[in-house]
Ligand binder design. Structure first.
Ligand code: F6P
Ligand code: MG
Length: 443
């Protein structure tokens, strides 16, 4: 039995939480102000402009409240029931301010707060303040998209034929790693990472180099499990739009083509979230960008066209489907799913495997708590791992490390990475990763 450590707070000196609260949040909100400025400049409808200006003014207030370490205040109802949960949670923390609050909760609260401004408006209800950034980053990743299309098309024959088990395993490893490193291109880290650095994480060579940086790797266990539970539904809790979504769609196609899955359900966010997360509309944007010759340099490339066509068909046939649930944009961690979203929890229990993409989803799985890095993953996910007669969710987390929390390392690996990337950089800089698996049978 372990004492459960508390979640990371923005008051902790030297934590990434603190750095985020002090420098990154104000920047992210300033980017929203600037993006809105650009949208406003393209309008000539006075009422809409007027309303947009008011939203912009409120965003500036939010930014200055963060900079001045003001308290978080209850959210104004906008018609969605999750507001009550946010406000109840806020109350439970007592008086919290931006520089002294639970990191995970406050960051979710920030995006939810911004959403109330749009949701309560007349003209801006469906505005995606991050759409511009998401699109331009995706267009900039065209070389990696082309490379991945080539690779996948070259594998197609191999996938549908009966190949030996060793080859099947290797293809599973490669495809899983592509989906994993797709998460390295998170736009909310862009303020720290140059585009060149991001590109260096993409592509074949980067993936090969990457294997040494997977500090906890349950891929062998995941493979053993999956090959004996073939042909059922697999879920992916998506993270970012653009290149990462593209790798996730290729992964979904692979799971179908290799008959590991009979269908793939993709879980998206309901409103603009953590800058780059997938909202329903991003799916259409991606598919149309891939064939837009004016926008996307490799749109006419044969393997890009072939793969895009296959993706469209799979969506149309319902083999790849999108699902939305308010739980994914709440301020609670995933260990609360059985009580907060019991029907979603039940639904996911029926899935052969639930793949959680990215850093934020990982933090929510392990409660963003300051666990020892050597704690086994299954212990960190608490009730989600099952046990004592109750079945747990089958979980595969694919996460590049971009926050303070990380579990599942052996003592040896921990020593190695502490030497290789001192000062905790290996948990934060997005260059290291974990692949963590839980088979749902408890510890
Ligand atoms: O610290 C960086 C951060 O903004 C975190 O708040 C969040 O956990 C993460 O980035 C988002 O990354 P991802 O898109 O991988 O979830
Ligand atoms: Mg994200």
């Amino acid at each position: 039995h372990h004492d459960v450590p508390r979640e990371v707070w923005t008051s902790e000196e030297g934590s990434m939480a603190r750095e985020t609260a002090i420098t990154r949040w104000p920047k992210i909100v300033q980017n929203m102000v600037d993006d809105l400025e650009e949208s406003l400049g393209q309008l000539d409808t006075p009422d809409q402009i007027e309303e947009g200006r008011r939203i912009q003014a409120t965003l500036r207030i939010i930014k200055s409240e963060i900079l001045q370490n003001k308290p978080l205040h209850p959210l104004i109802p906008d018609g969605r029931s999750d507001i009550q949960s946010y406000n109840a949670q806020l109350e439970s923390f007592g008086n919290i301010t931006w520089h002294n609050c639970p990191w995970l909760f406050a960051e979710c609260y920030l995006y939810r707060c911004v959403q109330t401004l749009f949701a309560r408006s007349q003209f801006w209800r469906n505005h995606d303040i991050f759409a511009r950034q998401k699109l331009s980053a995706f267009v900039a990743s065209h070389a990696a998209v082309e490379e991945l299309c080539e690779r996948y098309v070259s594998l197609t024959g191999v996938l549908t034929e009966a190949v030996d088990e060793e080859s099947q395993r290797l293809i599973f490893y490669e495809m899983t790693e592509i989906a994993l490193w797709g998460n390295a291109t998170d736009l909310s880290l862009l303020s720290a990472l140059s585009l060149d650095q991001i590109h260096s994480l993409q592509g074949k060579q980067a993936i090969r180099d990457g294997q040494a940086r997977i500090v906890s790797n349950d891929m062998p266990e995941a493979w053993e499990y999956l090959k004996s539970h073939r042909g059922r539904r697999i879920d992916i809790v998506l993270d970012n739009a653009g290149f990462e979504l593209f790798t996730d769609l290729v992964y979904a196609l692979y799971l179908l083509d290799s008959r590991l899955a009979s269908a793939v359900k993709l879980h998206v966010k309901s409103f603009p979230w953590f800058v780059s997360d997938v909202v329903p509309h991003d799916m259409d944007v991606l598919l149309s960008t891939l064939t837009d010759t004016a926008l996307f340099p490799c749109a006419t490339h044969p393997s890009v066209r072939a793969l895009t066509e296959r993706l469209r068909e799979s969506c149309k046939a319902g083999l790849v489907a999108i699902a939305e649930h308010p739980f994914w944009t709440m301020g609670v961690d995933f260990q609360e799913m059985p009580t907060v979203a019991p029907e979603l929890h039940q639904d996911l229990l029926g899935s052969a495997l639930v793949i959680f993409k990215g850093d934020l989803n990982y933090r929510k799985l392990v409660r963003d708590a300051n666990w020892p890095h050597t704690l086994p993953f299954k212990e960190a996910i608490g009730p989600l791992c099952g046990g004592k007669g109750s079945e747990g969710t089958k979980i595969l987390a694919l996460r590049t490390n971009k926050a303070d929390v990380c579990v599942g390392l052996t003592k040896d690996t921990l020593e190695r990475v502490n030497k290789e990337a001192p000062g905790k950089t290996w948990v934060r800089n997005g260059k290291y990763a974990v692949i963590s698996f839980s088979d749902g049978v408890g510890v």
